[in-house]
Write a protein that binds this ligand. Sequence first.
Ligand code: GLY
Length: 361
Amino acid sequence: MKEKKTEIAQEAETVRIRAGGGYDVRIGSGILPEAGAKAQEVLKADRIAVFTDSSVDRLYADTVEESFRRAGYETCRFVFTAGEASKNMKTVMEFIEFLSRHHLTRRDAVIALGGGVAGDMGGFAASIYLRGIDFIQIPTTLLAAVDSSVGGKTGINISSGKNLAGAFWQPSLVLYDTDTFGSLNDDLILDGTAEIVKTAAIRDADLFRLVDGNGIGEILTQTVKRCVEIKGAVVDADEKEGGLRRILNFGHTMAHAIEKASGYRISHGKAVACGMAMMTAASEAAGMTEKGTCEILCRTLEKKGFKLEPEFPPEQLCRLAGSDKKTFGDRIHLVRIDKIGRASVFDLELAGLEAFMRAGM
Ligand code: GLY
């Protein structure tokens, strides 16, 4: 896959996020072996617990744990089975018991190492253990680097849907080592690419053109930095998603329904790509989106490798969307793009959602 071609190593970049206590997002090559030293600048901890999944454990956990040991921390490591199926309260509780058995105190910290599942769950455990301890995000997937590691959304899935229990809990630091990109398979690259296209489509037409014309690996540092800047600005303006932050959910209402309908066989990124295409077809049909936008968006998504044919009937997806976080009373908040680079939030009666989506098909 051409996305695998990687850039010539760039200087590390830093983006400052103001939300929570304020924190840096560091993006660059060779960051993992220096993670412990970087953490010293922000942590007052004596002990850290690395929280990671069984795949990332084999690849990066030794390097990270060793870097914290070299920096003078006592360390321990908790490994859960890789995959969305582990993202539940059982894993969180096992980790919390582990933190207690290893005597982590309020001064200490969790290091969430891995993709979105590790970051969301590790952050959530940190938010409730002893009523909240520090945590650091070390994303190792593209999706986690450009989206889930920044902004403080933490949580787990419950039987009625994705991410329906959790907390806003901002990390103390985010460290993305661009060298980890080389270990991603095509599916993981697609997952991140969907969030990059989303970020560009809602906020930055120049980024959209850049991503359309280049393999992600060739423009990695620049793209991750820009996505983090965009997300950071949105989160700084609306940390708890009272308004503006909702634009980050573009494509996600249908995406969460697709993921749930597939029993989580369809990955988040592929579902987000379909969700963005479905929403833009519908909003364009309703006259809310500049004509031709859906075609531009779908062409880019297909060029990146996404298949956009819907696998599930709209009535099933709209029924599942009824238990989404974005519902309020009998209405639901939705996000459309007005054109590439600009998004708006609107709401519809849940009863009218299926007709709205069908109009775009
Ligand atoms: N992933 C959307 C958000 O963080 O708000």
